[in-house]
Design a protein around this ligand. Structure first.
Ligand code: XIL
Length: 452
């Protein structure tokens, strides 16, 4: 208990508790303003929602206010493949059905991560070929199961370490220790083969700390550059952005990261934002503290709307009544709604930012069809790409001059040809299992092949 609280702070807190929070935007929704701007703004569905152990207000607010959703834990490895090759999609399906019924985009989280991996995977520690096939089977099955329903996957999560001189996380990661860094390349190639239309992200924390030389963010930008040069199908980076109220420079660091990724043709999403106060401080927080939190939320939203290669803005929870911050992070009160489901000043700050950025000025990184069901129907009619392998001759259809890339099972480029018309000989590729990517303009197709 602090004894230094000023009289005015006590009065402010009392006013806040007495009156509760109230919003100036009771009749409008974040969802409508986001949609008009061609953007996705949302929060997770907490595990309590999946277990039917959450207040009815939760879902009511969630589906009214937002247009993108993520499962807090239910699409992770340990949830979807609890025993080897025995998949459990029940909870994930529940979310996908909810999203479809309410017009929400689904982000899938997460495929290759060192944490929340099912315990049976450690039976294969250090066995490279086995781990490659375990990860491939997981990605094929999970991405395949939700093909066309999950718009975007966190393909790899948190693979960079926390060193001052950033590099790959080389300890306590069954994937890195057993396979090496090519587990990342492979994961992207397999995910793209399983759902060629899904956006594929690399997601991590502490990327909001800026592009200092050798920082985590700089390391990620370097890898994205390499992936793009090698034809690895990454389309987005996610900055988790779990921050504290004192981290005032972070919004502008996120802007700098967005600009660096724009040069590489990659989208940046804010994927897990929360802005916490120190744990135990809740009773002492006053209007000025909540205004400061709102100001930070607003700055993130300003950056998000001003950078044309930002697509999604996801907050890691909806109400302070259900947040990983209190249980696991030594932080508190980091979200848009308080424990009584009242919108906090941060909610209004987001609305103010949206209104200050009219739809005519906000660029969307997505095709219009995502927000316009009629356009989806007409684009579906356009010619489909296809390919067929006989011996070593790959015949293609649906494209006039395509680019063909072939990757081996470890995601390494094995063959590449541009301007392919009709067919191409896959010269110099040894026997084995491969993934072929065919591309023409915005159209692309991934298919598995076996060269005998
Ligand atoms: C957290 C969940 O919120 C907790 O319920 C769970 O116990 C641990 O994971 N980075 C991520 C998320 O990518 O998956 C984490 O979610 C938070 C940090």
């Amino acid at each position: 208990m602090k004894h230094t609280l000023s009289f005015s702070r006590i009065v402010l807190s009392a006013t806040l508790i007495g009156a509760g929070f109230s919003s100036a935007f009771a009749d409008e929704t974040i969802r409508d303003l986001a949609k008009e701007r061609g953007r996705f703004i949302g929060t997770i569905l907490n595990s309590e929602w999946f277990n039917d152990a959450i207040e009815p207000e939760f879902e009511e607010i969630h589906k009214t206010q937002f247009n993108v959703v993520v499962a807090e834990n239910e699409m992770k490895f340990d949830a979807t493949e609890p025993s080897e090759n025995k998949f459990n999609y029940t909870k994930g399906d529940k979310m996908v059905e909810y999203a479809q019924a309410n017009g929400l985009r689904v982000r899938g989280h997460a495929l290759a991560w060192h944490s929340q991996v099912a315990s049976w995977v450690s039976n294969y520690s250090g066995q490279k070929e086995k781990l490659l096939s375990v990860l491939k089977n997981h990605i094929d099955s999970v991405v395949g199961h939700w093909k066309g329903k999950v718009a975007e996957w966190d393909v790899v999560n948190e693979a960079v370490n926390d060193e001052y001189d950033a590099g790959w996380r080389s300890t306590n990661s069954v994937w890195y220790e057993g396979i090496g860094p090519e587990f990342l390349d492979s994961a992207f190639v397999w995910a793209h083969a399983a759902d060629p239309d899904a956006e594929l992200c690399y997601n991590d924390y502490s990327l909001e700390w800026g592009l200092r030389e050798k920082s985590k963010a700089s390391f990620v930008v370097e890898q994205v550059k390499r992936w793009k040069e090698n034809g690895i199908p990454i389309t987005c980076v996610g900055t988790q952005t779990h921050i504290e109220i004192s981290h005032e420079t972070t919004p502008q660091n996120v802007r700098a990261l967005a600009k660096a990724l724009a040069e590489l043709g990659v989208t940046l999403n804010i994927t897990e934002l929360d802005i916490g106060f120190p744990k135990g401080s809740a009773d002492q927080l006053g209007a000025d503290d909540y205004a400061k939190q709102g100001h930070l939320y607003r700055q993130f939203m300003d950056v998000f709307l001003e950078e044309p290669n930002m697509g999604e803005f996801v907050i890691w929870g909806l109400t302070d009544a259900h947040s990983w911050l209190d249980d696991q992070q030594g932080k508190t009160q980091g979200l848009l709604y308080d424990k009584q489901y009242k919108p906090k000043p941060a909610f209004d700050s987001i609305m103010v930012s949206l209104k200050a950025h009219p739809a005519s000025e906000v660029k969307s990184p997505y095709p219009e069809s995502l927000f316009n069901p009629e356009a989806i129907k007409s684009s579906a009619k356009s010619t489909k790409l296809s390919m067929n392998l006989v011996g070593r001759t790959l015949s293609i259809a649906g494209a006039t001059a395509a680019r063909i890339d072939v990757f081996d099972i470890q995601g390494r480029p094995a063959f590449s040809a541009r301007n392919v018309k009709g067919s191409v000989e896959l010269q110099g590729v040894s026997k084995g299992l491969y993934v072929v990517r065919m591309q023409e303009g915005p159209k692309s197709l991934m298919q598995k092949i076996t060269i005998k």
